[in-house]
Design a protein around this ligand. Structure first.
Ligand SMILES: [Zn+2]
Ligand SMILES: [Zn+2]
Length: 169
C-alpha cells in the first residue's frame, strides 16, 4: 500500500491494513494486520500505531521452530531522504525510530516490513523453561534425557571459588 505524501490531509490519516509480508529472512510470509495513524509536518511523517502478526521464530536454545503472535507498537518518524544526505536531522525524540522516504511516496509495506524485522531481532525462546540441546550429544533435552555429564556451575562462581581457595593456601 503506497501513500502519496501530498495526499495526507492536515488532520492526519488513520489506516487499518491487512497485508501479507515476507520479512525476508526465509521465514516465509506473515499475515499482518495493523492500525496506523499518519501525521504530517512540513517535512516529516509521523507514524504511530500497532502491528499484529504471527512470526516464525527459531528458538535460540533448542533451535526448534515455533510461531508466536506479536503485537508490535509502532512509533517512527520518516524524514525525506535528502535529510539523511545533508545530515540535517536532529534526534529530537530518541523514543522514536527513524526512517526515510524518497520523493512523494511512502510505501507502507516497507514500513511494516521494517517494524516487523526490528521486532525479530530479539533472541526468542520457544518456552521460558526450554532446556535446550545437550552440547555434548546434541539431544533435544525437552523431549529426551541423556547421560552426558554436565557441569551446572556458573563460570563466574568458579572463578570466585578458585580465588578464595588460593587465599586459604
Ligand atoms: Zn527451545
Ligand atoms: Zn547429552
Amino acid at each position: 500500500m503506497k501513500i502519496t505524501i501530498p495526499d495526507i490531509p492536515d488532520e492526519g490519516l488513520s489506516l487499518d491494513i491487512d497485508e501479507k509480508i515476507s520479512p525476508g529472512d526465509g521465514s516465509g510470509v506473515a499475515p499482518v494486520s495493523a492500525h496506523l495513524e499518519l501525521q504530517k509536518t512540513v517535512q516529516e511523517i509521523i507514524i504511530s500505531g500497532r502491528i499484529k502478526t504471527r512470526i516464525k521464530f527459531e528458538c535460540s536454545r533448542c533451535l526448534k521452530e515455533f510461531d508466536r503472535d506479536m503485537d508490535i507498537p509502532v512509533s517512527v518518524v520518516y524524514h525525506p531522504i535528502e535529510d539523511m544526505r545533508a545530515e540535517r536531522h536532529e534526534l529530537k525524540d530518541d523514543e522514536m525510530d527513524m526512517g526515510f522516504y524518497k520523493g512523494d511516496v511512502l510505501d507502507l509495506q516497507d514500513v511494516l516490513k521494517e517494524q516487523v524485522l526490528l521486532s525479530m531481532q530479539m533472541k526468542p525462546l520457544c518456552d521460558e523453561n526450554c532446556r535446550g540441546i545437550c552440547p555434548k550429544c546434541g539431544k533435544d533435552l525437552n523431549v529426551d534425557v541423556c547421560n552426558c555429564e554436565r557441569k551446572e556451575t556458573d563460570s563466574r562462581l568458579e572463578v570466585l571459588k578458585n580465588l578464595l581457595e588460593k587465599r586459604k593456601e
